[in-house]
Ligand binder design. Sequence first.
Ligand SMILES: Cc1cc2nc3c(=O)[nH]c(=O)nc-3n(C[C@H](O)[C@H](O)[C@H](O)COP(=O)(O)OP(=O)(O)OC[C@H]3O[C@@H](n4cnc5c(N)ncnc54)[C@H](O)[C@@H]3O)c2cc1C
Ligand code: SF4
Length: 340
Amino acid sequence: MRSFRYERSTDPGRAVALVAAEPDAVYLGGGTNLVDLMKLGVARPRLLVDVTRLPLDSVEPTPDGGLRIGATVRNSDLAAHPTVRRDFPVLSRALLAGASGQLRNMATVGGNLLQRTRCFYFQDVSRPCNKREPGAGCAALEGQNRELAILGWSPRCVATHPSDMAVALVALDAVVEVLEPAGARDIPLAEFHRLPGERPDQETTMAPGGLVTAVRIPGLPFGRRSAYRKARDRASFAFAAGSVAAALDVADGLVRDVRLGWGAVAHRPWRPRLAEAALRGQPATEETFRLAAEEELAAARPLAYNAFKIPLIRNLTVRTLVELAHRSPEPTGGSAGVTR
Ligand SMILES: Cc1cc2nc3c(=O)[nH]c(=O)nc-3n(C[C@H](O)[C@H](O)[C@H](O)COP(=O)(O)OP(=O)(O)OC[C@H]3O[C@@H](n4cnc5c(N)ncnc54)[C@H](O)[C@@H]3O)c2cc1C
Ligand code: SF4
């Protein structure tokens, strides 16, 4: 690990100015991803700007019944927040499905969104990787790609985004508040992470040096009828092989409205809008849920070792929606939903 400088700021503008002034500067949240990558030689910053003392650690209600979540709120605190548990159980459950208790105590909302892919070759500096070194090639395309993308990938990169939290947030229409060197702006979460295209090294639509300051979730009356279901190789401490976030509004046996998110299928948390459109106004039945998932998955292009993700995501989607369709709309605390 090469030597680096460490700064700590209590003012967001000052933190952005510090990073903007130094080409190899990065923000440090809980460090649970960044420090590992520094030890592996994947990240080689010269300056770390610690953001955990910024005044961005509160969860506040918004007038529309939603929430504004500061970027330095710890994952454990967000998962345990009473309003999150009651109004958006999908978010609480997605957070609790990730990492371990100790890691969640350290991990921040901003760091969780910006965590890097778990692609094996990205983390091995001896292997070619366009994300680490543009133009180097992609070892995963013809290599071990069981965990990688089936949707939206390019020949330059087939990596997936690893966050569970982001899958719930994309389903909930979250908006990311960022402070860039040019000023503050909002970016819908569905547009925050990029597809790889020609430049997999450019992972978000934030300007270089951008700081995530908060995430807003708009009010969603049927957010209480929501769940997160994650399939993984081990029951804990494992990233998703596939995951589904869902919120469902059913009246008189018909789907009045629905929100979906899919994880571990693409370079960004995937919002299956075709599936959502196919569900609205239709009978809330297993058959409808299956057909809707299949409509979205028609665009899937599996790699050599991950065709299993197509039926996996379809089945997770069906199972989660069936469960929600039969659940009382009253708050229940959500589904633990772990599938192996
Ligand atoms: C063993 C293990 C298992 C795990 N399992 C899971 C899992 O199952 N599911 C899951 O979702 N995650 C999992 N994780 C990942 C974990 O959730 C992330 O490491 C964590 O969320 C990152 O948050 P952090 O605050 O520690 O970020 P850091 O490590 O501090 O930073 C991560 C990145 O975000 C940037 N950054 C941090 N804060 C900001 C900000 N405010 N604005 C802009 N950029 C910022 C940093 O520069 C860095 O590039 C696992 C991690 C480990 C080590
Ligand atoms: S899939 Fe992406 S991250 Fe993995 S080796 Fe290829 S370019 Fe690198």
